[in-house]
Design a protein around this ligand. Structure first.
Ligand SMILES: NC(=O)C1=CN([C@@H]2O[C@H](COP(=O)(O)OP(=O)(O)OC[C@H]3O[C@@H](n4cnc5c(N)ncnc54)[C@H](O)[C@@H]3O)[C@@H](O)[C@H]2O)C=CC1
Ligand SMILES: O=C([O-])CC(=O)C(=O)O
Length: 320
């Protein structure tokens, strides 16, 4: 059996980091694709020269030709534009929608059997549009956001309780925007729910509320600090975790922007929910019980995603 093939559409900050992680983990050979000539080739050459030092044999090539993604097992899409300080993710919709059209058509024509992970923002709308443009089955197209948002939440919780991040498990549901829903009730330190830890006097409700708020604004905090561009190390690590779940048939339960059709009272759109990822792609949407506040929060988030989909349909009537 030959090596797996990982195609990365977009060779920017996240794309380059994805390539490094994929090669170091020997997930397969890597094709870095970008519209800018020279950049994917240059990054591929630089990354290939990590091989002798780090000891990986993965072949990394750069390309401006969609034909080179043919036969990809996994495709991770980061093509498009990142926000600048003062912008919201939603401000990227018009420009990145056009990019999703080109990428979706490229995937449809060259790698229709791939498992596709979209990262481009505004995430929930872009993954929906990418699925529409590519025509792939819904279970083979998924968006990365919840893994990253949960990692941020877990990092802050581990800091607050001064425990290993390995023992922290958190869930962030909903859209990848200010309306995301960090679910405190399902957030645990080695199985102990955070609300119980608060009752034990190990933190306070005010501190947990502040962590929830910081998690919601986690992307913006980094955008403001960087001054140019947005987070890329943790987003890339999140995309790789999802790719590994698929390639290894790991049956991981991860919060992802998945196609929801009936579950959680949501019909026919992509939004962040817990899903099982295995060799079948998104094998199931896991419907966990939510309390009234989290249900209401999820509804607000779903409504925000719906507004973005309407905007996509206005901009590109082929999506209507
Ligand atoms: N879902 C999430 O949780 C996160 C999403 N993002 C989003 O990911 C996207 C990428 O972020 P970065 O890698 O930091 O941006 P970047 O600007 O470093 O890289 C984007 C790359 O896409 C390329 N590109 C533009 N149009 C293209 C096209 N039509 N086809 C192929 N490539 C094209 C550009 O040339 C550039 O190399 C942004 O939209 C950003 O907002 C970023 C962090 C987290
Ligand atoms: O904030 C941004 O623009 C990038 C992003 O989605 C994140 O880091 O969560």
């Amino acid at each position: 059996m030959g090596r797996k093939k990982i195609a990365l559409i977009g060779a920017g900050n996240i794309g380059g980091t994805l390539a490094l992680l994929a090669a170091q983990k020997e997930l397969g050979d890597v094709v870095l694709f970008d519209v800018v000539e020279g950049v994917p080739q240059g990054k591929a050459l630089d990354l290939s020269q990590v091989g002798p030092i780090a000891g990986f044999d993965a072949k990394i090539t750069g390309s401006n030709d969609y034909a080179d993604i043919a036969g990809a097992d996994v495709i991770i899409v980061t093509a498009g534009v990142a926000r600048k300080p003062g912008m919201s993710r939603d401000d990227l919709l018009g420009i990145n929608l056009k990019v999703m059209k080109a990428v979706g058509e490229g995937i449809k024509a060259n790698a229709p059997d791939a498992f596709v992970i979209c990262i481009t923002n505004p995430l929930d709308a872009m993954v929906w549009a990418l699925r529409e443009f590519s025509g792939l089955p819904h279970n083979k197209v998924v968006g990365m956001a919840g893994v990253l948002d949960s990692a941020r939440f877990s990092h802050f919780i581990a800091d607050e309780f001064d425990v290993s991040v390995k023992d922290v498990n958190t869930f962030v549901l909903g859209g990848h925007g200010d309306t995301m829903v960090p679910v405190v009730r399902y957030s645990t330190v080695n199985g102990i729910p955070v609300p119980d830890l608060v009752k034990m006097g190990l933190s306070s409700q005010d501190k947990i509320d502040a962590i929830v708020k910081r998690t919601r604004g986690g992307g913006g905090e980094i955008v403001a600090l960087l001054g140019t561009g947005s987070a890329f190390y943790a987003p890339a690590a999140s995309g790789i975790a999802m790719a590994e779940a698929y390639l290894g048939d790991q049956k991981r339960i991860l919060p992802c922007a998945a196609y929801v059709d009936g579950q959680y009272g949501v019909d026919g759109l992509y939004v962040g929910v817990p899903v099982m990822i295995g060799a079948g792609g998104v094998e199931k949407v896991v419907e966990i019980e939510l309390d009234d506040a989290d249900k209401a929060g999820l509804q607000v988030s779903v409504d925000a995603v719906k507004e973005l989909l309407d905007a996509c349909k206005t901009l590109d009537p082929s999506l209507a």
